[in-house]
Design a binder for this molecule. Structure first.
Ligand code: NAP
Length: 295
């Protein structure tokens, strides 16, 4: 077995992402020698104890990070500023502070200024997930073949970046370094806008008169069902993502609404060619995803 990347890994928040990392650490043994876990509620901490993938459980985030050479924020991004303020005085000199948040400019804005001198800050985002949340939902293959995007601020210690990259490679991910603003724009189109559309279409269906709503549920397999899977995601996490990637999301939404308007015009005026072209482009994108093994 290779040397563990870290001696002590502290996970702040232990839902889908944090508990997947903890399970991998337990299974492989070479992410860190010891995994310390904290969360917000006693209920979650009790459950983590039962699940048995943590070496130590701490109710207080300050105690959880003390002596850790890697600290990973795995809570919703809206909680990061308060969490960073709470742990900052307890971070060990030379340790690496990283995160898994779905937005990156906001994390750099909220956490960056609170990182003490001598602590390396390597923001990261594993682009992998499901609609489930909580410590029971994690699994060891979640990150396999998926991207982990790292957005270190200029001047970050290359060794700290490499250690976080190696941690994600050992989780099965492919690693890429990205500018935070670019990350937020790309994620707005591939993840945040599709979620916004899924939540909205479910709301639209739910607003229908009782009788039609029944029909929506009965015949959901005709397309609606795929939206409901995405729409089943955690409300707090998605509230925080939308509010913390506001600009990029609004820009992509504006572009989408223009294109939807063009499609609506084609339908109204019977522009069969336009409609066929759009459907053909969709099929091409799906085929490319299958070829890239990202479907
Ligand atoms: P999750 O399953 O909902 O778990 C969130 C965890 O954070 C829970 O353990 C929760 O503790 C804890 N938490 C919440 N508020 C907290 C606070 N104020 N202080 C301390 N702990 C707090 O979430 P997740 O899906 O793992 O997502 C975690 C992060 O990963 C988010 O930033 C998200 O943007 C990012 N991400 C998610 C996905 C995805 O598909 N789910 C993919 C990539 C990245 P309690 O249980 O005690 O409340």
């Amino acid at each position: 077995m290779p040397e563990p990347v870290f001696q002590r890994l502290a996970l702040i928040g232990i839902g889908l992402i944090g508990s997947s990392v903890a399970r991998i650490a337990r299974q492989r043994g070479d992410l860190a020698r010891e995994v310390v876990v904290t969360a917000r509620t006693q209920k979650t901490l009790d459950r983590v104890k039962e699940l048995g993938f943590a070496d130590r459980i701490e109710a207080d985030p300050g105690r959880a990070v003390a002596g850790a050479d890697c600290v990973m924020l795995c809570a919703p991004v809206g909680a990061f500023a308060d969490l960073a303020a709470a742990i900052a005085p307890h971070l060990a000199p030379g340790s690496v502070l990283t995160d898994v948040g779905s937005t990156k400019q906001s994390v750099i804005r909220d956490v960056g200024p609170l990182v003490p001198e001598g602590v390396h800050f390597v923001p990261a985002h594993p682009v992998a997930g499901t609609e489930y949340s909580g410590p029971d939902s994690g699994f060891t293959t979640l990150f396999e073949g998926r991207w982990a995007l790292l957005t270190p601020p200029p001047g970050t210690d290359p060794d700290a970046i490499e250690r976080i990259a190696e941690l994600w490679r050992r989780c099965g991910s492919m690693v890429q370094i990205m500018e935070p603003a670019h990350h937020d724009r790309v994620l707005a189109i591939v993840s945040h806008l599709p979620h916004l559309i899924a939540f909205t279409i479910c709301g639209t269906a739910d607003d229908l008169a009782d009788e039609s709503r029944q029909e929506v549920l009965r015949f959901a397999a005709s397309g609606f069902r795929d939206f409901t899977r995405i729409a089943a995601s955690d409300p707090v996490m998605w509230r925080d993502i939308f509010l913390n990637n506001r600009e990029a999301l609004l820009e992509m939404l504006a572009r989408f609404m223009e294109d939807a308007q063009a499609m609506s015009r084609a339908v109204r005026w019977g522009d069969a060619g336009y409609i066929e072209d759009m459907v053909e482009r969709g099929r091409k994108i799906r085929r490319s995803l299958i070829e890239l093994k990202q479907a």
